[in-house]
Design a protein around this ligand. Structure first.
Ligand code: Z5A
Length: 215
């Protein structure tokens, strides 16, 4: 039986470089001969991507924070149980752009939903499943928003206030500090090659150890 793959997530405020650095991680795993998939939340399966569209589209009707929360977890249930867990069971690594830490940060920190309520849904949808490692790419809000601002039409989250993103970042930081075994905080404010080097320095030993355990 193949060894279970590792579940690696990338978190941080928008524009910090999650997608860019996931590509760096993918290149490293490819060079090590590790099978992996790259996916994202909300989304990752056709149904979950449809929910993503509903969540991100700007709309006139105000979206209640509990509706948003439940839609995040509805997409996650589909993604986790039909794509992520089967891949991990086959010995495939999963690189995921955001996961439940984003719910604590955005719906909890940003929207003010109780963190206990989020924890209840996390247990309900995921049982004991948590990412094995989480790269928390951290940079001041101004930097993330400036990088993200180079793109087109803003989505429903991108129009939020500076204070909203400060609360989001605060929750990420608190969670990262509370569990240093899982979270790897990477300073994402500097030049891209410096950030990529920091990421490789953490990921490379994990990949080597996993490959060693396989032989
Ligand atoms: N959301 C939620 O509320 N609750 C949840 O549970 C989940 C999500 C799962 C969609 O996420 C929204 O869903 C998200 C939170 C909410 N909204 N917000 N905000 P998303 O992940 O699809 O959207 P995003 O965070 O806005 O992704 P992004 O803007 O694409 O950011 P990124 O992936 O971190 O950045 P990037 O695309 O890699 O880089 C942005 C630009 O900066 C690009 O031009 C890069 O070349 C450049 N870059 C990257 N790194 C550097 C460095 N180091 N130096 C200079 N330039 C750089």
């Amino acid at each position: 039986m193949s060894e279970r793959g590792l579940f690696i997530t990338f978190e941080g405020i928008e524009g910090v470089g999650k997608s860019t650095n996931m590509q760096t991680a993918a290149d490293l795993l490819g060079a090590e001969g590790i099978d992996f998939i790259v996916t994202r939340e909300p989304g990752g399966t056709p149904l979950a991507e449809e929910i993503r569209q509903l969540l991100l589209s700007p709309r006139e009707e105000p979206v209640h924070e509990l509706t948003e929360l439940l839609m995040m977890f509805a997409a996650r249930a589909q993604h986790l149980h039909t794509l992520i867990l089967p891949a991990l069971a086959r010995g495939v690594w999963v690189l995921c752009d955001r996961f439940t830490d984003a719910t604590y940060a955005y719906q909890g920190g940003g929207r003010g939903v109780s963190l206990d309520r989020i924890a209840e849904l996390e247990r309900f949808v995921q049982g004991e499943v948590r990412p094995d490692h989480t790269f928390f790419l951290d940079a001041p809000i101004e930097i993330g928003l400036r990088r993200a601002g180079r793109r087109g039409q803003p989505d429903r989250f991108e129009t939020e206030t500076h204070q909203f993103f400060e609360r989001v970042r605060d929750v990420y930081r608190q969670r990262a500090e509370a569990d240093p075994a899982r979270y790897h905080r990477v300073d994402a404010s500097g030049a891209l090659d410096t950030v990529q080097a920091a990421l490789r320095e953490i990921l490379h030993p994990l990949a080597r150890r996993w490959c060693g355990g396989r032989v």
